[in-house]
Ligand binder design. Structure first.
Ligand SMILES: Nc1nc2c(ncn2[C@@H]2O[C@H](COP(=O)(O)OP(=O)(O)OP(=O)(O)O)[C@@H](O)[C@H]2O)c(=O)[nH]1
Ligand SMILES: [Mg+2]
Length: 449
């Protein structure tokens, strides 16, 4: 991949639309735009301004009227000269525009190459570049907000002071080794540990932010289980705010798993409605119940629903006993009807019919899933598996370093551990990232980003 080439790609999604944008980046962007477009008067190429032009076919006939925006380096997405040609969103026209740019010297961009260039040109660091992808992939506004903060560098800002402290410790020890001949011990063990602790603590905090961060992006799975007719499907529909699962007064209505995605306080949730659990029924229902158990095993949390309007049965308590290990969240349903059984004290009382208690139920669900609260966009939680794996490496290396100090292992060896702790930190922000890792990250982008 030659990074001095001027690159071109369609930046908008494939398909028809009101507008479609062709993006050029590199030294030759302006020259190429002038070759492939017909301007009414010679373009002034004022940065951050737009001009009107026509895209023409080989005979000079107008194909489309376009708006050409120019972003002069370094104040552009890639920190190179960037031109965005807004055409009408006809796929054939966009493709023709790209072909013309290629005919006049541009190269088709590799996936993620625009963002890669922004990174290589030092406009953003690696964690910020990855946040671009998370923003584009966001399925809830909350995810988008977290990603937007990361794009502005919220993770990098948290990592920077930790890295500084580590570098300081390393330089202190490097200096200590230089002085070793003079018998001056620059860094006694207590001093090293005193400096090591906050670094270790900082990495630990970042790592523990992952469970909250991961939740925002990957969400969780919620299974709704209970005895037949408890109102599971009604509750499912209520949480979904849509009439999705079949509800009847006949016990055993739901036979198969029904699942749908919803957003709960911005967290993506996969809701799974299941067949009511009971004994001795037909083969189809039994197969459905097998799936109920499978769904509970796969879920991050199970709601165990019981019908408060029905007299409490041994079957309910047997089921509760059976599921105790899974720590289900107990839900007493049909609170709008006269009560015929006492709910367990920890149960959340709702009516799937009227919606009473549903907000409280949502809060209880989130409390169980994220006891420490959900990552706020500002907190700079780490959300990427890659970052988590790297920071784990750092933590392991720091733990080795601490042991090395405790066992009074020579500083040369301790330094090896500290460098081993530094390397993954650098790989998060991309200070010293090998090409193959870069290629792996940026190839997961789509073309034109
Ligand atoms: N009054 C009242 N009726 C409810 C409530 N929730 C469910 N029902 C009724 O209870 C009956 C069973 O509801 P479903 O949602 O189908 O129950 P289910 O647990 O999915 O039942 P199965 O699929 O058979 O296991 C239906 O007639 C619902 O209208 C509620 O909160 N209040
Ligand atoms: Mg049902």
């Amino acid at each position: 991949m030659n990074l001095r080439d001027t690159i071109v790609a369609i930046a908008t999604p494939i398909g028809r639309g009101g507008l479609g944008v062709v993006r050029l980046s590199g030294d030759r962007s302006r020259a190429i735009a002038e070759r492939i477009l017909r301007f009414t008067h010679p373009p002034r190429w004022q940065s951050w301004h737009s001009e009107f032009a026509e895209l023409t076919d080989a005979q000079g006939g107008a194909l489309d009227q376009v708006i050409v925006s120019f972003f002069e380096n370094p104040r552009s997405y890639t920190a190179e000269d960037v031109i965005e040609i807004s055409c009408h969103g006809a796929p054939v026209v966009l493709r023709y525009c790209v072909e013309q740019a290629v005919a006049h010297g541009a190269r088709i961009a590799e996936p993620g190459e625009f963002t890669l260039r922004a990174y290589l040109n030092g406009r953003i660091d690696l964690a910020q570049a990855e946040a671009v992808r998370e923003l584009i992939d966001a399925t809830t506004l909350y995810q988008a907000r977290v990603a937007a903060q990361q794009m502005e560098g919220s993770v990098s800002r948290r990592i920077r002071p930790i890295k500084e402290q580590l570098l300081e410790l390393i330089s202190l020890l490097e200096a200590g080794i230089d002085f070793a001949d003079d018998d001056i011990s620059v860094a006694p063990a207590e001093e090293i540990l005193r400096r090591l602790n906050p670094i270790h603590h900082g990495i630990g905090e970042l790592l523990s932010s992952f469970s909250a961060g991961k939740l925002v992006f990957q969400g969780f799975t919620l299974a709704i289980a209970g005895r037949p007719n408890a109102g599971k499907s009604s509750l499912f529909n209520r949480l979904l705010e849509a009439d999705r699962a079949i509800v009847t007064e006949i016990p055993g209505t739901t036979r198969d798993l029904v699942s749908e995605a919803v957003s709960m306080d911005g967290i993506p949730v996969k809701l799974v409605d299941t067949a009511g659990i009971r004994e001795g029924i037909d083969r189809i229902e039994q197969l459905g119940i097998d799936r109920t158990y499978q769904a509970m095993a796969d879920a991050d949390l199970t709601l165990l629903v019981c019908d408060l309007s029905a007299p409490s049965s041994d079957e309910d308590s047997a089921l509760l006993e059976k599921l105790r290990d899974r720590r289900p969240l107990l839900v007493g349903n049909k609170s709008d009807l006269p009560r015929n059984s006492a709910p367990p004290p920890e149960a959340v009382i709702v009516s799937a019919l009227t919606g009473e208690g549903i907000p409280e139920l949502k809060q209880a669900i989130l409390k169980r899933i994220a006891p420490d609260g959900i990552a706020t966009p500002e907190s700079g939680s780490i959300t990427s598996l890659r970052h988590e794996a790297l920071l784990r490496e750092t933590r392991d290396a720091l733990e080795n370093a601490r042991k090395a100090v405790e066992f009074e292992i020579p500083h040369e060896m301790l330094l090896l551990d500290l460098y081993a702790a530094l390397r993954p930190i650098d790989a998060v922000t991309g200070a010293t990232t090998a090409d193959d890792i870069l290629n792996r990250i940026f190839s997961t982008f789509c073309i034109g980003k």
